[in-house]
Design a protein around this ligand. Structure first.
Ligand code: CP
Length: 306
């Protein structure tokens, strides 16, 4: 595929191809140094990021390439009113591939109309975050498997783009999905409709206790404060869904706890010391997974295997 905009583009075979290549990279990362010598990746982040920006940066450099970074909105010509279309049109002249994060849903798809180089959606508002999903699936496959597993996804299901991408990707696997959230933050209608159409095994809950003991994976998400039109609505749900080690007494010993990070207060720091906690490993998996994805997109842009 030319661009990666949404996890809904990805078949099981696509996902497994990326995860398998990431596993090869993980096994001997040094062997991949120099594979993309001279390649330049453009980082265009119109919203804050730590993990996605830095792991793409590391991924490109570990493949032997370099990155150029647009910087923040404040320090770039976006501040002077330059449009997204003009910005990506200019940066594609400096780079062989682009990574774009933007606060507007649909921004990445729109940007593909203005560029010929591969473009990766690194998060578009409350829309999609497909590379987060690939590293989530990599972590899940390593720790719990991806078939005949029960996954709980808890927190902000309305505005959480990592949730929207993950839920779509999991429909490719034999996964029972349980969604846990306050009523005001349930899945958007479009995501629920797509899940229903896919025939996925899906249930929705407002109380984690209804399902915790059945789960193989618990994927916790942050309430996306920055996306609430009304701060009062955020305050009504802030802090409602938190887990600590006492809560996890009811879980399977083998439960894998994940979180795309950053966290605020959804997971008590004491959980970090348990065998359940895989969220830092998950964040670190962003490098081999993004190396694999970049390599495959660039390979495709060149018209085949190296
Ligand atoms: N998980 C994630 O997208 O983190 P950043 O916002 O720090 O990139």
């Amino acid at each position: 595929q030319d661009h990666l905009i949404s996890a809904t583009q990805l078949s099981r075979a696509d996902i497994e191809a990326v995860l398998d290549r990431a596993a090869e990279i993980d096994a001997d990362v040094g062997a991949w140094q120099g594979r993309r010598d001279g390649t330049v990746l453009g980082l265009c982040f119109f919203e804050p990021s730590t993990r996605t920006r830095m792991s793409f940066d590391t991924a490109m450099k570990r493949l032997g390439g370099r990155t150029i970074d647009m910087g923040s909105v404040e320090s770039s010509s976006v501040k002077k009113g330059e449009t997204l279309a003009d910005t990506v049109r200019v940066i594609e002249g400096y780079a062989d591939a682009l990574v774009l994060r933007h606060p507007s849903e649909g921004a990445a798809k729109m940007a593909t109309e203005f560029v010929d180089v591969p473009l990766v959606n690194a998060g578009d508002g409350a829309g999609q975050h497909p590379t987060q999903t690939l590293l989530d699936l990599y972590t899940m496959r390593e720790n719990a498997g991806l078939d005949d597993v029960t996954v709980g996804i808890m927190g902000d299901l309305k505005y959480g783009r990592t949730v929207h991408s993950l839920a779509a990707a999991l429909t490719n696997f034999d996964v029972r999905q349980h969604f846990v959230s306050p009523e005001s933050l349930q899945l958007p209608r479009s995501v629920r409709y797509d899940l229903h159409e896919s025939g996925a095994q899906v249930r929705e809950h407002t109380d984690l206790d209804e399902v915790l003991s059945d789960l193989d994976v618990l994927y916790v998400t942050r309430i996306q404060r920055e996306r609430f039109p009304d701060e009062n609505e955020y305050r009504k749900v802030a802090g409602e869904y938190q887990i600590d080690t006492d809560d996890l007494d009811a879980a399977k010993d083998s439960l894998t706890v994940m979180h795309p990070l950053p966290r605020v207060d959804e997971i008590a720091p004491e959980v970090d010391e348990t065998d359940h906690a895989k969220y830092f490993e998950q964040a670190h998996n962003g490098v081999p997974v993004r190396m694999a994805l970049l390599d495959m997109l660039l390979e495709n842009a060149e018209g085949g295997s190296q």
